[in-house]
Each structure stands twice: as structure tokens, then as C-alpha cells.
Design a protein around this ligand. Structure first.
Ligand code: SF4
Length: 719
């Protein structure tokens, strides 16, 4: 392991290629982190098609987090009041297997839950599905992707008949109008934004519209910023559709030949007059008309969204309402156009492919479909009926299952729910009630480790080989280039070992990740996400590849071109082959402001930090960049509450409270306040955004409305 290794950045769904080389060339001084560990050198991989050599501060500094604060050995304790004691893998695994067997016998398989992560590689995801859904017979596997992009999944499935973003990053440089809604792309998906912004600057006729209640770094670059009231996205989108309809700017041939349900949609949008929409959204009718005019005048519109749309109690409806605009204008399946969801995590897409949510099975299959279950039972060598037809517990239902005593084993891996879940007080109380929690992670301590009975050390990116898929369906092999610390193992190896000890020796007869991936790609054959032509060997030899990549396409000269975009033939995966319009009126926020809680709290990421700080909180440069949480308040609201910059403000919701220093800024709209979502109890006292949020979810995607809740603001004396 002396030469540089090509891999993928393990942070966000942009999926930038990295090239990593050893800490020091011969004769040169070794760079060390603040704990004295040698730091590997990282640079952007110029040959990676997604990022073309670019990286943001997170990717550039990732190596500093490799060795710090690592969990090295299995640890156990009998109760949460005790200290952990180090044990052998043998002892830890025996304890886990005994507990799973007992609970399965006494409470049934559905008392066992696993909560995974978009940080998994696809091999980890796949083996976890095989263990839980196939061998144990419970669909109680959910992932933190439920909090991140499950509304995009359900929106795509309902509109197109299958999941999968239909666009690619080349579209960023081929569009006439980028329509960004609910996404602070410049900070949260920086390299996607860099590509788009550079193109817009070079082509002044290309328009950028940003829809966000906050004047973000992304909004600064826009031709038009629509600071709508939180929760009025559907009103705005229907308002744009109303004008396009009124102006006769719709693609009647596409609607007639390739879609269904247009009449119901056309009826709904009749109500969304510019005056009504402007009033409801809190924008001017002129700005609404400008946005609609950009759609009208652009041959190619590329919509992009992320958590601002997905994390909503009407997330699926919002996604489908974005898709409606593309269907009514025929803006899909061609260069520079389409509805493009940006995934938050590095392998959220791989999780979707591997069936890593409680209603899914590997290869874009559904637990509700008898044929899908039978196909997998056969492929996995399991008796008929092994896979349950019941949707498993989703993320929040795992919490309610702990509350009701129906969960006997909770296995959490590569995620930190004691910071990232909504309604943290309730979440933590439920975690305290768990009779047996296994926590498998690379880092220690984390906030969630405090609720565990067993800690399992996981190898992370850099220490295990596997694949990840980014937002443009591009699969990259991430090769190991260093040994895991202590006795840490790859997540898939741990799941497979437990499977073997439970008696499923044939099902888990893998000795290397390449074998796991080979089986996974077979499972995708003839499915919409067909990757039967991919293998570790091919990815190593030919570099990152987009799917679909069926084996039958290998060797064809147009293979790569065909994989760039989905639906270029305008045939969809629905039973009638047509994309389906959805007719939604807006329901608004699940918890709108009222006289007692008069402000809407929204939250989001900062440029340098990632999720709950388990990595970026340990990187000096990023900590210096964003040392503390804060609350953004509009000057008008600040004046009415007599709050000045840096004054401490207590924020209260119906569920909890937190306190932050104030940042008085016009970047946030009056009536709305913003806090970053990264800080948990380990890093800052009483500054947890999710102490305030609620778990009300989208009825289709079950994604909680993390983006908005009603709060009151109480100025505290300066300190
Ligand atoms: Fe990593 Fe995302 Fe930054 Fe790229 S944009 S370097 S994938 S964090």
C-alpha cells in the first residue's frame, strides 16, 4: 500500500473522486493530526467524471478524521449504569447471537430491529438485508436515509413506477434554467454547485432560480430568489403550472403520448392564480411570473432539490409536484432537463439499490410484491415464505416500538440517532428503555454510544473495500488503503458472521467484498437498476460507471451514453408505461406557527460540517471554520424581541428547548429562524436542533418534517 489509491469522498451524495497517498514520501516529514497520528494526503481525482478533480473542504480534510477517536475493540456492559469492558469478538458475538435467538423465540423476529446508514457501502447494505429480511424474516431494517431522501424515493416510484434520479451531472452544463428548490447546494453539495455556477457565469443567458426561505450562499448566485414561506412549495409549483397552462406553454404531444392523469392535475392548478399564490407564499406576483417565464423560455429546465423538499410531512407530494412541471413541459429524458434529487449521503443511492428501507428489498423490489419476495427467496436459497410480506418498522416506528416494549433487540450501525432523530427528548427516553442495543460504529465516543449495551468497532472508508453510488447513479469502487485500527471489521463482515452463527452458513459463505458485490449485482439483473455488468474488477479496471449497466450491454459502444439519463425513450416503469401526474393541493406545515409558538424554526447544514460531527467535529480546520452553533433571526423580529447580535436566545417548542447565540441577519425571512443541525450533546450544551423538531411524517414516504416546527424565542441576558 505505497502508491496512491483512487476512492470516493465518504461525505455527501455528490460523490467526488479522491486520490489518497501515504502520509510521507521517502525522506519527507510526516504530517500529523492533533492526536499525533500520521495524516494521509488527499487530492481530487481528475479522472473522476463526477467531480473532475474538485473537492470541497470536507473532502480535502477527510484524512484528518481517519485515526482520531476510533473504537478499536468490542465492548460490553450489562446495564447502562455500568462502564464498558473490553471483550473478544467471540464473547461479543456470542452475546449478540444468544440475545437474537432468545428474542426471536420469545417475542418473534419482528422484535428485532436494525437501523443502518447511507454511510454503508453497498456490500454492507446488501448483507444486512439478507440477514434481516431474508434469514431472520423481519423487514425491520431502516436507515437514516429515511430522514434524508425517502420522499424522493416514493415520489419517483409513484410518478415513474421506479426509483432513480433520471439526470446526470453533465446536465448541469447543458441546461437553460436551473430551478433549485429546498436545497442550499453551494454549502451542502458544493461541487455540484461549482459545476453549475461556473457554467451559469460563462453563459449569462442561463437562468438560476433558487427557492428557499433563507438567502443562502446558493441564493446569492441566483438570477431570482424566491423566499417563500416554509411549507408553501406546492402552492408555488402549482402557481408556475397555472401560468404555463394559461400561456399555452405545455407540451401537449408529450402529455398525450407519455403520461396519465393530466386532467385531474389541470383541474387542481386552475385554483392557483398568481395573486393567491403570491399572497400564500409571501412573494410578489411579478417574481412568480418571472419564475414561470424562465420555465416558458427554457427548452431545458433542470430542477434540483434535497432536504428542504424531502424533509416534509408532504414530501412525496412536493416531489411529485416538481415532477408534474417536467411532465407538463416534456422536460425529461433529454440533455439539460429533468427532476434531479440530490442525495445527502455518500451511498444513499446504494442503499436504495440494495433495498435499505423497511418497505424495500434489494434490486428495487418491494416487500409487498409476492413475486419480488419469491425471486429473492430463490436467489438466497431460502424456503418459500421466509421473507415477510409486512412492511417493517420505519425509523420513527423503531422509537415507538421501544416505547411500547415491542422491540427486544436494537442494532444501530454507522449513524447517530441520539442527535439526528426528531423530538430528541422522546427519542432518548425510548433508547434508554431498549433492553438490548448493539451499536456498531467507527468512532467513540458518540452521543448514541451512551445508550448501548454492546459496542462493535467498525472499519470505515479507507479500511474496507466496497462500492458507493452517487446522486447521478455513478458507482465507484472505494478500495481499502490502510488497515483498520485494533480489531475493527467491515460492517458486512460483522453481519455475515452473525448470520453464520445463527445457522445460515451457506447464505453467508463470503470471504471478500468482491464476492458480496458479485452476488448483489446478480440480484439486480433485469431490474430497473440493472448492474449485472458491474463487478469490483470492472470498476477497478474501467473506473466509475453509471447504471443501468446490464451484462448484455457490455462491449456496446453506446453503453455509457445510454446510462447517462433514464427515460430517454419516454417509456416509464408504470404498468401502462406512462409517467403519472399527481394532483395535490398544499396542506402546509404539520405544525404551523400560532400565537403561543409564533416563529417557524428551520434548520440545515453548514459548508464545512457533516451530519452530527462524528468526523468533522474532530477536524481542526473545520472546527475553526464553524466553531459554534447559532440562530439566525431577521432584524425585524430581533428588534421586536430586543435581541442583538450574540445575545443568547432560548428557543422553545412543544417538545423541548435549546439555546443559541443570535445572528441578526436579513438572510432569514421575518417570522422564520434558522439553526444548524449538526451539534449534539457531546459538542455543545443545550444546542440540539432536534430537541425542538417533531416526528410528523409524510404519509407516503414516512419521512419526518425535520425542516419546520413552531417555536417561541426567549431572549436571555448576555453571557
Ligand atoms: Fe465530498 Fe461532497 Fe465535498 Fe465532494 S462535495 S468533496 S463528495 S463533501
Amino acid at each position: 500500500m505505497t502508491d496512491s489509491t483512487k476512492t470516493l469522498c465518504p461525505y455527501c451524495g455528490v460523490g467526488c473522486g479522491l486520490e489518497v497517498s501515504p502520509p510521507a514520501a521517502a525522506g519527507k516529514a510526516t504530517n500529523r493530526d492533533s492526536q499525533g497520528n500520521p495524516v494521509w494526503k488527499v487530492r481530487g481525482d481528475k479522472a473522476h467524471p463526477s467531480s473532475q478533480g474538485m473537492v470541497c473542504v470536507k473532502g480535502a480534510t477527510i484524512a484528518e478524521a481517519i485515526a482520531k477517536s476510533r473504537l478499536r475493540y468490542p465492548m460490553v456492559r450489562d446495564s447502562l449504569n455500568e462502564e464498558f469492558r473490553q471483550v473478544s469478538w467471540e464473547e461479543a458475538l456470542e452475546k449478540i447471537v444468544n440475545r437474537i435467538q432468545t428474542v426471536r423465540l420469545t417475542q418473534g423476529a419482528d422484535a428485532i430491529c436494525m437501523y443502518g446508514s447511507g454511510q454503508f457501502q453497498t456490500e454492507d447494505y446488501y448483507i444486512a438485508q439478507k440477514l434481516m429480511k431474508g434469514c431472520l424474516g423481519t423487514n425491520n431494517f431502516d436507515a437514516n436515509s429515511r430522514l434524508c431522501m425517502s420522499s424522493a424515493v416514493s415520489g419517483y416510484i409513484q410518478s415513474f413506477g421506479a426509483d432513480g434520479p433520471p439526470c446526470c451531472y453533465e446536465d448541469l452544463e447543458q441546461t437553460d434554467c436551473a430551478f433549485l428548490i429546498g436545497t442550499n447546494t453551494a454549502e451542502c453539495h458544493p461541487i455540484v454547485f461549482n459545476r453549475l455556477n461556473k457554467y451559469c457565469k460563462q453563459n449569462r443567458n442561463v437562468k438560476m432560480v433558487v427557492v428557499d426561505p433563507r438567502y443562502t450562499t446558493t441564493a446569492e448566485a441566483a438570477d431570482l430568489h424566491l423566499a417563500i414561506h416554509p411549507g408553501t412549495d406546492i402552492d408555488l409549483l402549482n402557481g408556475i403550472a397555472h401560468l404555463l397552462m394559461r400561456w399555452g406553454c405545455i407540451d401537449l404531444d408529450f402529455i398525450e403520448d407519455c403520461t396519465s392523469n393530466f386532467p385531474a392535475y389541470a383541474e387542481v392548478i386552475q385554483d392557483y392564480t398568481p395573486e393567491m399564490v403570491a399572497q400564500k407564499c409571501g412573494i410578489s406576483a411579478a417574481d412568480l411570473e418571472t419564475a414561470a417565464r424562465y420555465w416558458k423560455e427554457s427548452k431545458r429546465v433542470l430542477s434540483m432539490w434535497s432536504m428542504g423538499v424531502n424533509q416534509s410531512s408532504e414530501g412525496t407530494a412536493k416531489v411529485r409536484t416538481i415532477i408534474n412541471l417536467h411532465l407538463m413541459t416534456g422536460q425529461i429524458g433529454k440533455p439539460g432537463a429533468g427532476p434531479f434529487s440530490l442525495t445527502g449521503q455518500p451511498n444513499a443511492m446504494g442503499g436504495r439499490e440494495a433495498g435499505g428501507l423497511a418497505h424495500l428489498l434489494p434490486g428495487y423490489r418491494s416487500v409487498k410484491n409476492p413475486q419480488h419476495r419469491a425471486e429473492l427467496e430463490q436467489l438466497w436459497g431460502l424456503p418459500t415464505g421466509s421473507i415477510s410480506s409486512e412492511t417493517g418498522r420505519n425509523t420513527w416506528e423503531i422509537i415507538t416500538g421501544l416505547e411500547s416494549g415491542e422491540v427486544g433487540v436494537l442494532w444501530i450501525a454507522a449513524t447517530n440517532p441520539a442527535v439526528s432523530m426528531p423530538d430528541l427528548e422522546r427519542t432518548k427516553a425510548a433508547l434508554l428503555r431498549s433492553p438490548f442495543t448493539i451499536y456498531q460504529d467507527a468512532y467513540y465516543p458518540t452521543e448514541t454510544a451512551a445508550y448501548a449495551h454492546v459496542l462493535l468497532p467498525a472499519a470505515q472508508w479507507s479500511e474496507k473495500t466496497g462500492v458507493m453510488t452517487n446522486s447521478e447513479r455513478r458507482v465507484t469502487l472505494c478500495s481499502a488503503f490502510r488497515q483498520p485500527p485494533g480489531e475493527a471489521k467491515a460492517d458486512w463482515e460483522i453481519f455475515a458472521e452473525v448470520g453464520r452463527r445463527l445457522g445460515f452458513t451457506e447464505q453467508f459463505a463470503f470471504s471478500a467484498a468482491t464476492q458480496v458485490y458479485a452476488e448483489f449485482t446478480k440480484v439486480t439483473r433485469d431490474r430497473p437498476c440493472d448492474m449485472s455488468g458491474l463487478s469490483h474488477e470492472r470498476l477497478r479496471a474501467e473506473g466509475p460507471q453509471q447504471w443501468p449497466c446490464p451484462e448484455s450491454e457490455l462491449g456496446k459502444s453506446d453503453r455509457h451514453e445510454k446510462a447517462k439519463r433514464l427515460y430517454t425513450d419516454f417509456k416509464f416503469h408504470t404498468p401502462d408505461g406512462r409517467a403519472k401526474f399527481a394532483a395535490y393541493h398544499s396542506r402546509g406545515l404539520a405544525e404551523p406557527p400560532d400565537p403561543q409558538y409564533p416563529y417557524v424554526l428551520t434548520n440545515g447544514r453548514l459548508y464545512g460540517h457533516w451530519h452530527t460531527l462524528t468526523r468533522t467535529g474532530r477536524i481542526d480546520k473545520i472546527q475553526q471554520m464553524h466553531p459554534n452553533p447559532f440562530i439566525e433571526i431577521h432584524p425585524r423580529d430581533a428588534a421586536s424581541l430586543k435581541i442583538n447580535n450574540d445575545d443568547w436566545v432560548e428557543v422553545r417548542s412543544r417538545r423541548g428547548k435549546a439555546k443559541f447565540p443570535a445572528k441578526v441577519t436579513k438572510a432569514i425571512a421575518p417570522g422564520t429562524v434558522f439553526v444548524p443541525m449538526h451539534w449534539g450533546a457531546l459538542w455543545a450544551e443545550q444546542a440540539e436542533a432536534n430537541a425542538l423538531t417533531h416526528p410528523e411524517s409524510c404519509p407516503d414516504s414516512k419521512q419526518p418534517e425535520l425542516k419546520a416546527c413552531a417555536v417561541q424565542l426567549i431572549p436571555l441576558s448576555n453571557n
